[in-house]
Design a protein around this ligand. Structure first.
Ligand SMILES: [Zn+2]
Length: 493
C-alpha cells in the first residue's frame, strides 16, 4: 500500500512529462503526415505512442538524478524545441544538412530566422519546462522514485527491437533524427576520392551536357519502353532520344547508388578509392555545376563537392517532408548557369518519383486517378499507388522535355543524359517502395538525347549507342558513357 501510494506521483509526473514532450517535440514528426480516415490516423497515433514509450524510457532515467534532470533535460528540451518549431511550421526535415546549416551559419543570418512565432513557441516551451522542473523538485522528496526502472528499461529496449525490424521507422523522427544528424555531421564520410586524375585526351570545343540524376524511376513504367500507358508522350515525339531498357543495378537506395554512378566504382567493389566524374570533367576544361533538389547525403557529399559550383533547392526538406519543392524549381538556376560557359557539365539531381508521390507532380499531370490519399500504405489500393506513381512519370516526361527544349536553343552541341538511381516496388511480392532487393527495384530508367549539332559533330556516337540500346548493361557503364559523350578519353587506355 505504501509502495503504491508513492508510485502515484511518479506516474503522474511521467504522464505530464511525456505529454509535454509529445506536444513540443515528438508530435512535430507526425504533424504533416497526410492521412485519410480514422483508421490511418489511429495507426499513426499508435506509432507516435510507441515512439514516445521509447523516449519516455530515456526520460525516466534522466529524471532519476536531480541535477541530470535540471541541467541536461532542460538543455535538451530547449534545444529540441528550437528544431521542432521548424518541423511543425515548415515541415523541415531534421537531418544532417539542417544541423550543418545551424552549426556553420553566421550569426547575422541566424537572426533572420528568429521570428515572432518562433519566440512565442520558445516562450511557451520555457513555461512548460519550468512547470516540469517544479513538479520534478516535489517528486524528489517522495519515495519510490526508482520503482519503474525495469519498465523503463523495457521501453528503451523497444527502440532497438523496432529499429531492427523496420530500420528508420523511429530513427528518422524526432528526437532520434536530431541525434542522428549530429552524429552524421561529425562522422567522416567513408568514401575516399582520388585527387590525382590520369592523363586525358580531349578537345576544347564547345559542348554542354545536362546530366539528370533521377530518383526511383523504373524502366518498365516508361511509355518509351513499351509500357501499356503512354507515360512519356512528349519524349516519344522526340527523334534523337534513345531509351535503354535493360540497365541494372544492385543498389536499391540513393545512398548506395548515387556514389557508384558518379564515380568509377564498379558494382562488385565496395571499399576503395575512386575518381569523381566531376574531377575528370574539370581536368578536361569543363565547368561543372550541381543543382540538387535533394538533401546531400554523407555517402555522396564528397563527390558533389568536387563540382565547381553547387546550388541546392529547398535544401532543408528531405524526402521525409510532405511539401517539398517540385523539380522544376531547378529550372531557374539552370537558366542562369547555362549561358555562362561554352563547356559545361550541369547535373540536376531530382527528387523525382520518391514516395510520397503526390508531392512530386502538378495538378496538370494528374492523368491517372484515383490517386493516393494517405501515407499509410496498407489502406491504399494498388491501383491508387500505381496511378500516383505513373503521374510522377508524366511529370518526368514534362521535366525532361522542357530541358530538351532549352538545349535545342543553344548554339553549341548539347546532349542530355537521364538515369534513375534505382527502381521501385509497386506491390510485386507484397513489396512497396525501395531499399529492398527484388526485380522491380533493380532496373532503373535510362535515356540519352542528342541535339542536331551534337549529332553533326559526333555522328558515330548516336549510332553506337543505338546499337546497344536493348542490351543488358549495369550502372558501371554510366561513368564511361558520360565521359565518352563529353569527348574525354584516358590516355593510358
Ligand atoms: Zn534513390
Amino acid at each position: 500500500m505504501e509502495k503504491l501510494r508513492s508510485l502515484k506521483p511518479v506516474i503522474v509526473f511521467h504522464l505530464l512529462l511525456n505529454i509535454i514532450v509529445v506536444i513540443f517535440i515528438t508530435g512535430a514528426s507526425y504533424y504533416h503526415i497526410p492521412l485519410e480516415g480514422l483508421k490511418d490516423t489511429s495507426i499513426y497515433l499508435l506509432h507516435l505512442f510507441v515512439l514516445q514509450l521509447t523516449v519516455g524510457g530515456i526520460l525516466y532515467f534522466l529524471s532519476l538524478n536531480k541535477w541530470l534532470f535540471r541541467i541536461l533535460f532542460s538543455i535538451l528540451f530547449l534545444l529540441y524545441c528550437g528544431f521542432s518549431f521548424w518541423a511543425y511550421s515548415q515541415d523541415l526535415s531534421v537531418t544532417m544538412p539542417l544541423i550543418q546549416s545551424v552549426l556553420e551559419t553566421k550569426a547575422d543570418i541566424a537572426i533572420d530566422v528568429i521570428t515572432l512565432p518562433y519566440i512565442l513557441f520558445l516562450a511557451a516551451a520555457i513555461l512548460a519546462l519550468s512547470f516540469l522542473l517544479k513538479r520534478h523538485q516535489k517528486l524528489q522528496s517522495s519515495k519510490g522514485f526508482k520503482i519503474l526502472v525495469i519498465p523503463a528499461l523495457l521501453c528503451v529496449s523497444l527502440f532497438f527491437v523496432l529499429e531492427q525490424k523496420r530500420p528508420g521507422s523511429l530513427k528518422n523522427r524526432l528526437p532520434y533524427n536530431l541525434a542522428n544528424g549530429f552524429i552524421e555531421y561529425f562522422e567522416k564520410p567513408n568514401l575516399k576520392l582520388k585527387t590525382t586524375i590520369p592523363e586525358l585526351e580531349f578537345s576544347e570545343d564547345p559542348l554542354k551536357m545536362i546530366f539528370v540524376l533521377g530518383e526511383t524511376v523504373r524502366a518498365d513504367h516508361i511509355g518509351l519502353n513499351g509500357y501499356e500507358r503512354n507515360t512519356t508522350p512528349l519524349l516519344t515525339s522526340e527523334n534523337n532520344i534513345i531509351s535503354f531498357n535493360k540497365l541494372y543495378t544492385d543498389n536499391t537506395y540513393t545512398g548506395a547508388s548515387v556514389p557508384q554512378i558518379l564515380t568509377d566504382q564498379s558494382l562488385e567493389s565496395e571499399e576503395g578509392t575512386y575518381t569523381s566524374i566531376y574531377s575528370v570533367a574539370i581536368k578536361a576544361k569543363f565547368k561543372t555545376t550541381w543543382i540538387g533538389n535533394q538533401t546531400l547525403e554523407k555517402s555522396f557529399y564528397p563527390i558533389v563537392k568536387t563540382n565547381n559550383n553547387i546550388i541546392l533547392i529547398d535544401k532543408y526538406k528531405s524526402e521525409f517532408s510532405f511539401d517539398k519543392e517540385l523539380d522544376e524549381a531547378m529550372f531557374l538556376p539552370l537558366d542562369s548557369i547555362l549561358p555562362l560557359n561554352k563547356r559545361q557539365l550541369i547535373t540536376l539531381h531530382m527528387i523525382g518519383s520518391h514516395w510520397w508521390y503526390e508531392n512530386r507532380y502538378t495538378k496538370e499531370h494528374r492523368k491517372y486517378t484515383p490517386v493516393i490519399d494517405s501515407k499509410y500504405i496498407p489502406s491504399l489500393t494498388k491501383e491508387q499507388i500505381v496511378n500516383s506513381y505513373d503521374n510522377t512519370i508524366l511529370y518526368l516526361d514534362y521535366f525532361l522535355f522542357t530541358l530538351i527544349e532549352k538545349l535545342k536553343k543553344e548554339k553549341d552541341p548539347t546532349v542530355l543524359i537521364y538515369v534513375s538511381d534505382h527502381g521501385e516496388h509497386l506491390g510485386e511480392n507484397g513489396k512497396w517502395l525501395h531499399a529492398q532487393s527484388g526485380k522491380a527495384a533493380i532496373n532503373p530508367a535510362y535515356f540519352i538525347w542528342f541535339s542536331k549539332k551534337y549529332q553533326e559533330k559526333y555522328p558515330n556516337k548516336m549510332a553506337q549507342l543505338k546499337a546497344i540500346k536493348n542490351q543488358e548493361m549495369t550502372t558501371d557503364s554510366i561513368y564511361y558513357t558520360l565521359l565518352d559523350l563529353l569527348g574525354i578519353s584516358f590516355l593510358n587506355n
